[in-house]
Design a protein around this ligand. Structure first.
Ligand code: CAA
Ligand code: NAD
Length: 285
């Protein structure tokens, strides 16, 4: 499959980044959001990121304009998505919501369209199983921020066929990503290792072992991480981290995947991290 047009469902932190990188790589990109306000916010995030790239001399004003002509956005899942060779779903980490979207995409898209999920933790075969094309479904797990992080983790289910994996790999290469292939097991490779580390960072803070700044500085200065665990959880989103922890704990049952109470309480309070202006730290005014 020679992918030319990519649909992106959900234009939050990840969907906006995937859409930006896809359009920069020459693909036609159709973005879909759940309402006008969130669509505007997501497109605004892409606009600012492209603007920053121009200001830094990494992208010319002409190239920015060309990228923008390849991007279009709308609300809801419509028949225009039938023109997509590949659709990457990047909505909120909720299995029921994602299954509903896969069911709808399966009804709209032609038989050869590949359906991918950017899920952090949800079993990809559970999404594939609601479609009539489980062999053409895989995980394409991008990392945040998508324009910067080199990795694309391809997740192969027991039913994903070679042609689908090859097409996804070709898309990743055109986007300039380095790829690893993981089995469809809880957390794949990266989140199986990263999420318990983030949860432990929160537990260390919850137990009062050190201040949030000292915990973060400890891991930045002592282990050379670009961000400490609390800053990184704010960056990923506390809601996303909690959803992922709950899936991993439910599937694996190990206490290292159990979400700390503090994380659950902060999410209930709407402190979702950088995207909501407040998480472990405060952002903006
Ligand atoms: N979009 C585009 N470019 C961005 C960006 C964004 N959102 N954020 C930063 N950049 C670019 C900057 O423009 C800058 O580019 P140049 O060097 O070309 O000027 C470069 O990234 C470095 O940025 P800064 O100097 O502003 O900041 P920094 O050095 O602190 O780096 C960072 C920022 C790249 C985010 C770095 O802190 C980092 O790597 N943090 C860890 C990120 C991480 O671990 N991500 C994975 C999260 S887990 C996940 O994604 C999986 C999951 O399922 C939950
Ligand atoms: P987010 O909350 O920033 O964005 C999710 C977006 O999905 C929102 O804009 C929401 O309006 C939209 N959405 C919800 N229902 C929709 C629907 N029915 N139709 C269209 N859009 C809908 O979350 P995010 O961080 O971008 O995460 C998205 C996915 O990517 C999740 O599966 C998450 O686990 C995964 N992921 C997140 C990260 C991260 O660091 N945040 C990294 C890799 C993968």
């Amino acid at each position: 499959m020679d992918v030319k047009t990519i649909g992106i469902i959900g234009c939050g932190l990840m969907g906006s980044g995937i859409a930006e990188v896809a359009a920069k790589s020459g693909f036609q990109v159709l973005i879909r959001e759940q309402n006008e306000q969130l669509l505007k916010k997501g497109l605004g995030r892409i606009e600012s990121s492209l603007g920053r790239a121009v200001a830094k001399g990494k992208l010319s004003a002409e190239d920015k304009a060309a990228v923008q002509t390849r991007l279009s956005g709308a609300v809801g899942l419509d028949d225009a998505l039938a023109t997509c060779d590949l659709v990457v779903e990047a909505v909120t980490e909720d299995a029921g919501l994602k299954q509903g979207i896969f069911r709808a995409l399966d009804a709209i898209c032609p038989a050869n369209t590949i359906l991918a999920s950017n899920t952090s933790s949800i079993s990809v075969i559970d999404l594939a199983a609601v479609t009539r094309r489980p062999n053409q479904v895989l995980g394409m797990h991008f990392f945040n921020p998508v324009p910067v992080m080199p990795l694309l983790e391809l997740v192969r289910t027991v039913q994903t066929d070679d042609a689908t994996l090859d097409s996804a790999r070709a898309v990743g290469e055109r986007m300039g990503k380095k790829m690893i292939v993981a089995k469809d097991a809880p957390g794949f490779v990266v989140n199986r290792l990263l999420i318990p580390y983030l949860l432990d960072g929160i537990r260390v803070y919850e137990q009062g072992l050190a201040s949030r700044e000292d915990i973060d500085n400890g891991m930045m200065l002592g282990a050379n991480h670009p961000m400490g665990p609390l800053t990184l959880t704010d960056f990923v989103g506390l809601d996303t981290t909690l959803f992922v922890a709950d899936v991993l704990f439910a599937e694996l049952g190990e206490t290292r995947f159990k979400a700390p109470t503090l994380l659950r309480r902060l999410v209930s309070a709407g402190h979702l991290g950088r995207k909501s202006g407040r998480g472990f730290y405060q952002y903006g005014s």
